[in-house]
Write a protein that binds this ligand. Sequence first.
Ligand code: 4AD
Ligand code: MG
Length: 465
Amino acid sequence: PKATRAKVSKLADLRGQRVRVFGWVHRRRDQGGIIFVVLRDGTGYLQTILSGRVAQTYEALTLTLESTIEVIGTLHPVPEGKTAPGGHELSVDYWRVIGSAPGAEDAFTNRLNEKSDPSIQADLRHLVIRGENASGVLRLRSYLLNAFREAYASENILEVNPPCLVQTQVEGGATLFKLDYYGQPAFLTQSSQLYLETCLPSLGDVFCVQESFRAENSHTRRHLSEYTHLEAELAFIDFNDLMSHIEEIICKTVDILLANPITAGLIKSLNPSFQTPTRPFTRLSYVEAITWLNEHQIQHPEEDSSGNPIKDEQTNQINMVDHKVGDDIAEAAERQMTDIIGKPVFLYGFPAELKAFYMKKMDDKEGEGEKNVRYTESCDLLMPNVGEIVGGSMRISDEEELLAAYKKEGIDPSPYYWYTDQRKYGTTEHGGYGLGVERFLAWLANRYTVRECALYPRWPGRATP
Ligand code: 4AD
Ligand code: MG
């Protein structure tokens, strides 16, 4: 009988029938003249059995991992006491090699394994992504983006596609990638926030999924030079609404993933101790966080006026000091904090000096007694094992206040005329946030670094493959 052509993920309905499948040789095991080949086609894994005549050919004996093959045979449920992906296996009666792979002497099968040097793994990323863990993370990432979109759709929030090529900064001039744009200076976008704000009077609340670029010389577990930035902007809300909305979107997205057996299975295998976050998330003001850090003896390096750590002259060790109000909470301290707390936590109300120019100031001065500190309606969401995954704030809605903020930051307001206009043509209280998709995935799938969560990650010095 004629074989039905199918992808591995669609085989459950074809048990007992003859099927035809294409894929890559993922694993091979030889046992008493029988060859067990696990086939991978991107939708799943299929155990195939080559025995008797079909296993006795030159092609079968020399079949290498990562070769592409076509197989035809009858699909059986696995015999009792045995397991196979999907619960079935294919007894092959015809097969052929489509493209062979070099085999044991080759980089992939020989040089590349979990212990190989990170630079080799980075050079061979195009082959690494064929592995079960790497492809599992990328598979989860695809479903994650769908789940976010579903969560926004359920709130009637529209997706827009802002530009990558821009002539304004959002998060400070120091981390801009500059380029020549037909003879004019331009940048790769750091954040689509300003564009999202302009959509509010047109489309209402909006979100986008856009690459952001940061020329940061940070070689850390959570910094990329290019990352996928999920951003949203909401009108007619207050600061409390903003934080509730972030909780809602994150919890809804996680619920969608856990309700789907495919993604629930991926999360379970990549991150067996995953804990579903529960609402409301803990909220800690910046001032409370400083106290918390000192109570837990989490210090930070003492810095000179240009931000370099000060070393003790005798011991040559970096001086560690307590945190005080006004200090930035650096990555190391933030990570220790989230690891101790062990669940999502909102830090909110950062001093204006530490934050971007567009942020709305708090009405009353929190942290009485701390002179000259203006706090902002800003929040960072921290997750265990990763730290900051979301940064958000309410925005300045008053034109005069915004003009003063440009001035303070040393920004020429003229290229921002369209952003300023937002305050002239029917201003409103509004706010929004950005979420680092790779950081979110690192939390969800318990990855050591965001570099495992991007298809082809970019960091200082790395733009290949
Ligand atoms: O905190 P950030 O810089 O905030 C903004 O860009 C706002 N304009 C967003 C907004 O309000 N629409 O970045 C937001 C998030 C961070 O919390 C982090 O998750 C991620 O973007 N992020 C990075 N991820 C990977 N590599 C980097 N270099 C990142 N920089 C920020
Ligand atoms: Mg931030």
